[in-house]
Design a protein around this ligand. Structure first.
Ligand SMILES: [Zn+2]
Length: 338
């Protein structure tokens, strides 16, 4: 699961926090103090948050692969490259390993996941996959994601096979080879966007969460709640449905979609999201308290808006789903939203 760090562009299919509009000034406490300490502290906070997001998402996509239709793979890592950063952050990032140009490097490793099992470590730089060299691109180029994206696409193709991929990596100046076998998973990726807005969104293939919202999640169960809701939008193909029902959505966003259709999609994503969480071993009882706390902190989710129920209505619906899951678990031992 590759991801980049860039400002969020809000072109949401459906959001937790609603699309557009300014943030409400609610910042991540860590990030706020890190901001005062400069780029190195900011990078460390970002890296820690990215590791949490990657770990929680890996659990969700591997535990629910049977619900996802076409299977994909998850390598249990987060990758980045020097060229995706601006001038201020790039020297900080370059000091964390042998990072150069567009070459992907390991930003975070999911404990116990495929990358960890392969022996990969934070800072390792990937030079080639199955004998095909990745492109270093232009060193000292302006901030850009394009070259990195091409490398990641080549790696995804190699890792999509059943068998292991052979990765040539650079660690501390020495070149070595590792054998990586990715886990079967939902074919969806996750990306942490640097933004002060409390936003998460799904675009059909990817799940995106802002640093502010990821930081607002008090623990991994709450983080799983947000990511699972967005993952559910993708599994249930809501974006495709909205595009079919309301072609004007491409121009006007979700305002072109009937509120009743949006509301139904939100309810389904909330319900499926809780099932996805439960199947991955997360505590679904955090859902209702989270939504009440989120509503109290953020006026944009406190009241109902265009197809999105109020935080309190969501909390009550989620309590009912939690009870439904507990009942199914007790009666049949099976947890299945279908
Ligand atoms: Zn939603």
């Amino acid at each position: 699961m590759a991801r980049r760090h860039a400002l969020t562009v809000c072109l949401a299919a459906a959001l937790v926090a609603g699309c557009g509009g300014g943030g409400d000034g609610l910042n991540v406490p860590h990030a706020a103090s890190a901001e005062a300490q400069g780029p190195a502290a900011r990078y460390a906070a970002l890296q820690a948050l990215d590791a949490r997001v990657a770990t929680v998402f890996h659990r969700l996509v591997t535990a629910n692969v049977d619900l996802c239709g076409a299977p994909g793979r998850s390598s249990g890592w987060s990758l980045h490259a020097a060229n995706q950063y601006g001038a201020e952050m790039r020297p900080v990032v370059a000091a964390t390993g042998d990072l150069k140009g567009d070459l992907p490097a390991v930003l975070a490793v999911v404990p116990g996941g495929p990358a960890a099992r392969a022996g990969l470590e934070v800072g390792d730089v990937i030079l080639s996959v199955d004998g095909t060299a990745l492109s270093i691109g232009a060193i000292d180029a302006a901030e850009s994601w394009d070259g990195v994206a091409r490398n990641l696409a080549a790696m995804d193709a190699a890792l999509a096979d059943d068998g292991p991929a052979m990765l040539e990596i650079s660690r501390g100046g020495a070149v070595r080879t590792v054998r990586l076998t990715a886990d079967p998973a939902c074919p969806h990726s996750v990306q942490l966007d640097v933004s002060d807005e409390l936003n998460a969104r799904a675009n059909g293939t990817g799940v995106f969460i802002s640093t502010a919202l990821a930081g607002f999640a008090a623990n991994d169960d709450e983080l799983a709640l947000i990511l699972a809701h967005e993952l559910a939008h993708n599994i249930l193909k809501h974006r495709e449905r909205f595009d079919r029902e309301a072609p004007a959505r491409r121009v006007f966003g979700n305002l072109a979609v009937a509120p009743s259709s949006l509301a139904a999609a939100e309810r389904d994503a909330d319900r499926w999201g809780l099932y996805l969480m439960a199947r991955a071993g997360f505590d679904v009882d955090v859902a209702a308290p989270f939504w009440r706390r989120f509503g109290a902190a953020n006026w944009r989710v406190r009241w109902a808006q265009w197809g999105h129920p109020s935080a309190e209505v969501r909390a009550r619906q989620l309590e009912a789903v939690s009870a439904e899951i507990a009942d199914a678990r007790a009666r049949t031992g099976r947890i299945d939203p279908r």
